[in-house]
Design a binder for this molecule. Structure first.
Ligand code: NAP
Length: 247
């Protein structure tokens, strides 16, 4: 019987694979057998070292999603089966002070680039007739309002919506589109929250698991959604949040 949890022979592209959640997912995909292309605005040397030291295969592609159409050229001739849309930024300010620049920067990287990169992936996969899997990294702020992060919340709500829309279009064509919504994870993205003693205590007090998540906590869910075992899952957003949304 074939192993429905194996990604052997698959090629995966992970955006923002040089750090945090993207790095953990890249390592997880490799552990499941995939070859990994690490796409980011900086080389993913450390991620590639981690993967190759464990016997896997990985390479780096430079792409800066500050140009939200930059992903359009990533897939031609690459035979990519799996796309992880992980790259993301956050800007914090009160709504009354929020600038157009902070609005556009976050929407471009977190939402517009995600859509047009996924479009390019699907065009290539459908042309080649091979199907595939897309996992979008959403957020608790795909469901909740958040505090002082208007463009991030708008973008992440958009990610959950696009996940469903794209699943509707591509499920019958063999492309699984799903999302993972991380809770509060210890990465660069949350440094400011953890440095604020009041916010840190309030967040910890509300997490049923009683701890911040680690990037590796997200990797298992993302990898699973790429495997044949998840073949009938379309348009889902899987919360990996230590129970936060269950409260
Ligand atoms: P992170 O360590 O800051 O990772 C973000 C990644 O995105 C980095 O690799 C970053 O590259 C890359 N990136 C940012 N702007 C880019 C651009 N213009 N072009 C290409 N790559 C770019 O933070 P993280 O927490 O792992 O975030 C990963 C994803 O998880 C994001 O989508 C974030 O919204 C989401 N998320 C995180 C949490 C959390 O609690 N940490 C919760 C929910 C959702 P650089 O290293 O060059 O900046």
């Amino acid at each position: 019987m074939s192993n429905h949890f194996s990604l052997t022979g698959r090629r995966a592209l992970v955006t923002g694979a040089n750090s945090g959640i993207g790095q953990a997912i890249a390592v997880g995909l490799s552990q499941a057998g995939a070859e990994v292309l690490c796409a980011g605005r900086r080389a993913s040397d450390h991620t590639i070292d981690l993967i190759t030291a464990a016997g896997g295969t990985a390479s780096s592609i430079l792409v800066d999603f500050a140009d939200p159409m930059a992903g359009q050229t990533l897939f031609a001739g690459q035979d990519i089966d799996i796309l992880i849309n992980n790259a993301g930024i956050i800007r914090r300010a009160d709504a009354v002070d929020f600038t157009e620049e902070d609005w556009d920067a976050v929407m471009d990287v977190n939402l517009k680039a995600l859509f047009f990169t996924t479009q390019a992936f699907a065009r290539e996969a459908l042309r080649a007739g091979r199907g595939g899997a897309v996992v979008n990294i959403a957020s608790l702020l795909s469901f909740q309002g958040g505090i002082r992060v208007p463009s991030y919340t708008a973008a992440k709500h958009g990610v959950a919506g696009l996940t469903k829309l794209l699943a509707n279009e591509w499920a019958e064509k063999g492309i699984n589109v799903n999302a993972v919504a991380p809770g509060y994870i210890e990465t660069k993205n949350t440094e400011a929250l953890r440095a604020d003693p009041d916010r840190n205590a309030a967040i910890l007090e509300r997490i049923p698991a009683g701890r911040w998540g680690q990037a590796s906590d997200i990797a298992g869910a993302a990898v699973y959604l790429c495997t044949p075992a998840a073949g009938y899952i379309h348009g889902a957003t899987l919360n990996v949040d230590g129970g936060w949304l269950a409260r």
